[in-house]
Design a protein around this ligand. Structure first.
Ligand SMILES: Nc1nc2c(ncn2[C@@H]2O[C@H](COP(=O)(O)OP(=O)(O)OP(=O)(O)O)[C@@H](O)[C@H]2O)c(=O)[nH]1
Ligand SMILES: [Mg+2]
Length: 560
C-alpha cells in the first residue's frame, strides 16, 4: 500500500517538540508512578510512528447511520449497513490509485482481500465479537482523490448490547484526528452523546456534529432540531459546534456539498490541521501531568516532618480506599438484591394474567386439531408448549427488557455520585493543603446493555402417567386430559417468567459489578498516583520544579 505522507515541513519543529514532550511525560510518569496517564501516552506515541494522516473518525451510537454516511460520501456501497448493530471492526478508508483492501490482524499478520469480502471481517453477523481477531481494515479507493491526507474511519456503534463494539471504539478514541459525531436527527441529544463529546474534547480540537437521516424531518423540524442542538451544546460546553445535516436518501447532493467543504478544507490545510490536532493532544496530556507534578512539588517543599502529616490530611479517612471499596460494594450489593424482585413483579403485573389467558385460548383452539393416544397427545402438548413459550418469552424479553434496568440505572447513578464525591473530596483536600486545584483525569464509565438471554425452552414438567397410555381409551378420557393440559398453563407460565427474571437478573447484576469494578479501578489508580507523588517527593524540590517548568516551557513552545 502506498504511503501517503503529507509534507510536514511547516510543522516539523512542532512535531519534534511534541515528540520530546510525550517522551518526557512518559519518563516522568514512570518515575513518579503517574499511572493515570498511561493510556493517552500510548495513543499519542502511535501517532508519531504512523504516517501523519488525519483520521476523520465517524463516531456515535449504534445505528446512527455512520457506515451509510461513509458509503454515501465515497459513492459506493462498500461498508455493510443494517437495521441491527453491524460494524464490529475499525475500518479506515483513504485515497489510492486503485481499489484495494487489507485486513490487519492483532497478531501482526495481514491479508489483501477483494472489496466484496470486507463484510466477512467487519460485520457483527459474519465476524461476531471479532472472533477473527481483526485489528483494523484498510481500504484504498480512487474516488477519494479529492481528499489526500485524510482517512475516513468507520467505527463500531457505541451503547449497543454488543459490549465488544463499544469497547473497540472507546479504546480507539485517543487516536481520533478529527471527529464527526453521527446522531440520528429523529432522536434527542442523549446523555451518551454529551459524554462522547466531552471525552473527545481531550483528544481533538475538531468535533463536528452530523445529524443523520434528515429526510425523516420536515424543513421546519430540521431547523428546530439544529437550533435545539446548537443551544443545548452551547449551554453544556460553552462553545459553538459546527452542526451539519445529512441524508443518504433525499437531497443527498445538497448535504454532500457541506461535507465536501469540511473535508476539502481539512485536506487542503492538513499540515496545519494535523499540527493542531497533535498539539491539542500533547497539551491535554501535559496539562494533566503538570497538575500531578504540582502536587509532588508542593509536598516536597514542605519539611520532611510535615510531609507525613500532609499525606495524612490529603489522603484522609474520607478518601480511604477500603472505605470506598466497602461503600461501592454495599451500593452494588443493595441494588443487586432488588434486581430480581423488580423484574419479577413487573412480569407478574404486566404479563402473567394476559399471557395465561392468551396461551389458554390458543391451546383450546390448537388442541382440537391433535389426534392419537395419550402418549402422542402428550408429545404434541410438549412441543406446543416449547414453541409457544419460547416465542412468548423471547417477545417479552425483547420488547420490555429496558423495564428491567431499574437497579442497573440506580447503581450507575449512585456509584457515579460516589466517585464524583471522592474526586471532589480528594481535590478539596489537595487544594486545602497544597493550595492548588488539580486538573486530574475524569472518570468516564462505560456501561453497555447486558446481552439478551437465550430463552430457548427446556422441558420443565413431567407427566408420568403418559407411560400408561395403553390403559386409557381416548374416546372416554380425552376431555379429562385436555383439562389437565389446560390446568398446567399457569404453572408452566410461572416457571418461565421466573426463569426469564432469573436470566435478566444474572446479566444485570453482572453489569452492576462491572460498573463497581471500573469505579474502584479509577479510585485505586488516582490514590496510587497521589500517594506515590506525595511519598517520593521528599528532597526533590529542585528536580521536580525543573521538570515541571521544562514541560510548561515546552508547551509554550508549541504555540497556541
Ligand atoms: N431514513 C434514513 N435512514 C438511514 C439513513 N442513513 C442510514 N439509514 C438507516 O439507518 C440504519 C443504520 O444504518 P448504518 O449505516 O448501519 O448505521 P451505523 O451507525 O453504521 O450502525 P452500527 O455499525 O451498528 O453502529 C440502516 O437501516 C440504514 O438504512 C438516512 O439518511 N435516512
Ligand atoms: Mg456501521
Amino acid at each position: 500500500m502506498k504511503d501517503q505522507k503529507p509534507s510536514l515541513n511547516v510543522s516539523s519543529n512542532a512535531h519534534d517538540l511534541s515528540k520530546q514532550i510525550i517522551q518526557k511525560i512518559e519518563d516522568i510518569s514512570k518515575d513518579f508512578h503517574i499511572v493515570s496517564l498511561n493510556r493517552q501516552i500510548e495513543a499519542c506515541k502511535g501517532l508519531f510512528t504512523e504516517s501523519p494522516i488525519i483520521d476523520v473518525a465517524i463516531l456515535g451510537q449504534f445505528k446512527a447511520g455512520k457506515s451509510s454516511f461513509i458509503n454515501s460520501i465515497i459513492g459506493k456501497k462498500i461498508l455493510p449497513v443494517g437495521v441491527i448493530p453491524v460494524t464490529t471492526v475499525i475500518t479506515r478508508i483513504q485515497y489510492g490509485g486503485q481499489e484495494d483492501a487489507v485486513v490487519r490482524f492483532f497478531d501482526g499478520k495481514s491479508e489483501r482481500i477483494g472489496l466484496d469480502k470486507i463484510e466477512e471481517y467487519i460485520s457483527e453477523a459474519k465476524n461476531t465479537a471479532n472472533q477473527k481477531n481483526v485489528e483494523v481494515v484498510d481500504i484504498e479507493l480512487p474516488s477519494l482523490e479529492q481528499y489526500p491526507g485524510l482517512r475516513l474511519v468507520d467505527t463500531p456503534g457505541l451503547g449497543s448490547i454488543f459490549k465488544y463494539n463499544t469497547e473497540v471504539s472507546e479504546e480507539w478514541l485517543p487516536e481520533v484526528g478529527a471527529a464527526i459525531i453521527a446522531i440520528s436527527s429523529d432522536r434527542p441529544l442523549s446523555e451518551n452523546d454529551l459524554n462522547l463529546i466531552r471525552e473527545l474534547m481531550d483528544f481533538t480540537p475538531k468535533v463536528v456534529i452530523l445529524l443523520t437521516k434528515a429526510d425523516m424531518l420536515s424543513d421546519e423540524q430540521q431547523r428546530e432540531v439544529v437550533r435545539f442542538f446548537k443551544d443545548s451544546l452551547r449551554r453544556e460546553f460553552n462553545q459553538d459546534f459546527q452542526i451539519l445535516l445529512y441524508s443518504t436518501i433525499k437531497d443527498t447532493e445538497i448535504y454532500k456539498r457541506w461535507i465536501d467543504k469540511l473535508l476539502s478544507s481539512l485536506s487542503y490545510n492538513r499540515d496545519s490541521e494535523f499540527k493542531g490536532i497533535l498539539q491539542h493532544k500533547v497539551r491535554s496530556i501535559a496539562r494533566q501531568c503538570i497538575s500531578y507534578l504540582d502536587i509532588a512539588l508542593k509536598t516536597s517543599v514542605s519539611a520532611d516532618a510535615e510531609r507525613e502529616e500532609l499525606k495524612k490530611t490529603i489522603l484522609d479517612e474520607k478518601v480511604n480506599y477500603e472505605l470506598i471499596h466497602s461503600e461501592l460494594s454495599l451500593i452494588a450489593r443493595e441494588n443487586k438484591l432488588h434486581t430480581r424482585e423488580i423484574i419479577a413483579s413487573y412480569l407478574d403485573e404486566k404479563h402473567r394474567a394476559k399471557l395465561i389467558q392468551r396461551l389458554t385460548a390458543r391451546l383450546v383452539e390448537d388442541m382440537s386439531r391433535w389426534g392419537g393416544n395419550l402418549w402422542r397427545l402428550t408429545r404434541q402438548y410438549e412441543e406446543w408448549l416449547m414453541e409457544n413459550m419460547t416465542t412468548e418469552m423471547d417477545h417479552i424479553s425483547r420488547a420490555d427488557y429496558k423495564q428491567f434496568f431499574g437497579t442497573l440505572k440506580k447503581a450507575h447513578n449512585t456509584i457515579s455520585r460516589s466517585v464524583e464525591l471522592f474526586r471532589n473530596l480528594l481535590d478539596r483536600n489537595i487544594e486545602k493543603v497544597l493550595g492548588i486545584k488539580p486538573n486530574s483525569v475524569n472518570w468516564v464509565v462505560d456501561v453497555s446493555e447486558p446481552a439478551h438471554p437465550d430463552v430457548a425452552f427446556t422441558k420443565t414438567f413431567d407427566f408420568h402417567f403418559d407411560l400408561l397410555w395403553f390403559l386409557f381409551p381416548m374416546f372416554i378420557f380425552r376431555k379429562v386430559f385436555e383439562r389437565h393440559f389446560l390446568k398446567q398453563i399457569p404453572r408452566v407460565t410461572d416457571i418461565h417468567l421466573s426463569r426469564l427474571a432469573y436470566q435478566w437478573e444474572v446479566r444485570i447484576n453482572k453489569a452492576i459489578d462491572e460498573i463497581k469494578d471500573q469505579a474502584l479501578e479509577y479510585v485505586r489508580n488516582e490514590l496510587t498516583t497521589i500517594d506515590s507523588l506525595l511519598s517520593q517527593a521528599g528532597g526533590q524540590t529542585d528536580r521536580i520544579r525543573a521538570i515541571r517548568d521544562e514541560i510548561a516551557e515546552k508547551i509554550e513552545g508549541l504555540g497556541s
